[in-house]
Design a protein around this ligand. Structure first.
Ligand SMILES: [Zn+2]
Length: 221
């Protein structure tokens, strides 16, 4: 029998989720009977097993002393020790101070907070360097939103936001600048047609090489 966590809420249908760590959650309407929930889980047993297998076979980031952590294309190693929360790059090490150095969730949290701040600074910098030409064409600067996204590196919304994936920080700066340029070019061309590619070629002639840097998946956070 499959173990699962049941979360009831005001909703109409049953929903099944397999979390990154393989745990199973069922979201159910307030009044759904346990028997109904169990039958639902049983009917999806093969799907659950397939999802769990997929999760388990992915390369996974560890959040502990000695774990690899690529940052801006550099293969850093985590150096975790007890102390007040703080993160710093020192040579080939990422020094992480946290009150509970043996707790992976605690290490992950302090590191992700740091990463989010780094993302904001470095993404803003990339936009500031690449936006002036677009400003000269009369476009207004999109507002940055730093996101965790599973399936895309970035997007540009018609409402004036540029969304960038925090995971870009693992890749070399040249790759980050490529994604920012790609999204900025969508100010002029919303699709990926010939006009878009001509603009990319004009603004960033080596964009194809830069794009290749992103094709190697480093890990799934
Ligand atoms: Zn695009």
């Amino acid at each position: 029998m499959t173990d699962y966590e049941l979360i009831r809420s005001k909703r109409r249908s049953l929903e099944l989720r397999v979390l990154d760590d393989g745990r199973v959650q069922v979201r159910a309407p307030l009044r759904a009977s346990l028997r109904m929930v169990q039958a639902f889980v049983d009917s999806r047993r093969q799907w659950i097993a397939d999802q769990q297998h997929r999760q388990a076979s992915r390369p996974r980031q560890r959040w502990q002393d000695g774990a690899a952590f690529p940052f801006r294309g550099q293969p850093l190693t985590m150096d975790v020790s007890a102390g007040r929360n703080g993160v710093a790059v020192s040579g080939s090490y990422l020094q992480i101070r946290v009150p509970e150095p043996d707790s992976e969730p605690a290490v992950r949290q302090v590191l992700e907070n740091w990463l989010r701040k780094q993302a904001r600074t470095l993404f803003e910098d990339s936009i500031a360097r690449q936006f002036p030409w677009f400003a000269s064409q009369g476009y207004s600067q999109p507002v940055l939103r730093v996101k965790k996204m599973r399936t895309r590196w970035g997007s540009l919304s018609a409402r004036g936001y540029i969304n960038l994936n925090m995971a870009l920080l693992h890749y070399p700066p040249a790759a980050l600048d490529y994604v920012v340029m790609h999204e900025l070019c969508h100010l002029q061309h919303m699709d990926h047609g010939p006009g878009f590619h001509a603009l990319m070629d004009a603004r960033m002639p080596d964009w194809r090489q830069r794009k290749q840097l992103l094709e190697q998946p480093l890990f799934q956070p």
